[in-house]
Design a protein around this ligand. Structure first.
Ligand code: NDP
Length: 241
């Protein structure tokens, strides 16, 4: 069945790969991010391949903007079947570096952004009597490492929020958390701290293609309504972390 799927952070990396994969599977995708030139190109690519896609500029830190994104998807496709909370940032640094603006940004995008998505999508899904929230967490939602304390805290948080949502669900809402290990994307480009940047270069020498994470999302989305895939962790086979 073709679903209406909303993807935040669809302008690069995992979000873009997920858009391509789900559109290829016949779903209609609404793409959000701040870089609209990228989204425009992606919508065109998907259309040329016979898929259905639309986009809207989206800043997930702005609750009203997220509500407008969900409303735009509903206007375009008539429904909101799946929300993929993918937008995220990862400016790593040791706590002692006190890069407090970056801590705030990670909390605003990675946690508040997900909450804004839930607040906007849940009323629509409740009204429809069905829905699916997929959140891209991280292996950092399962373990902490140096320079990643705040990033991991945001990912622990969204995993906790998702688990709470699952427990409160009345059976009409499905809740999935997909936790990638190191994956090719633009994520590490936001690291300003020199020590964290050096450590990340070595860590990222083995990375999954973003399509591997898109495949995991597609697996969760494609299950029959009574099957709720709650947690998927996907790491490179050659990576210990
Ligand atoms: P990218 O940097 O390639 O993609 C991040 C996406 O988030 C971009 O599309 C960016 O779009 C978007 N984004 C950032 N800030 C905002 C905002 N305020 N509002 C809307 N969109 C925003 O990295 P990934 O593809 O790797 O990241 C996707 C998710 O995967 C993140 O949640 C990340 O934490 C998670 N993850 C990634 C791993 C990896 O190794 N790559 C490992 C574990 C988890 P734009 O700038 O255009 O707004």
């Amino acid at each position: 069945m073709s679903k209406a799927v909303l993807i935040t952070g669809a302008s690069s990396g995992i979000g873009e790969a997920t858009a391509r994969r789900l559109a290829g599977d016949g779903h209609r995708v609404m793409l959000g991010a701040r870089r609209t030139d990228r989204l425009e190109r992606l919508v065109r690519d998907i259309g040329e391949l016979g898929g259905t896609a639309a986009f809207r500029r989206l800043d997930v830190t702005d609750a009203a903007d997220v509500r407008a994104f969900v409303a735009a998807a509903r206007a375009e496709f008539g429904r909101v079947d799946v929300l993929v909370n993918n937008a995220g940032v990862m400016p790593l640094s040791p706590l002692a570096a006190l890069r407090t603006d970056e801590w705030d940004r990670m909390i605003d995008v990675n946690v508040r952004g997900v909450l804004h998505g839930l607040a906007a999508a849940l009323p629509v899904m409740r009204e429809q009597g069905s829905g699916h929230i997929v959140t891209i967490a991280s292996v950092g939602a399962h373990e902490v490492s140096p320079t990643a304390a705040v990033y991991c805290a945001t990912k622990f948080a969204v995993r906790a929020i998702s688990e709470g949502l699952r427990q409160e669900s009345d059976g009409t809402l499905r809740v999935s958390v997909v936790s990638p290990g190191v994956t090719e994307s633009e994520l590490a480009e936001s690291i300003g701290d020199p020590e964290a940047r050096r450590a990340m270069q070595a860590y990222r020498s083995v990375a999954l293609p973003a399509s591997a994470i898109a495949d995991a999302v597609a697996y969760a989305v494609s299950q029959p309504p009574e099957v709720d895939v709650n947690e998927v962790v996907v790491r490179p086979a050659a990576s210990a972390q």
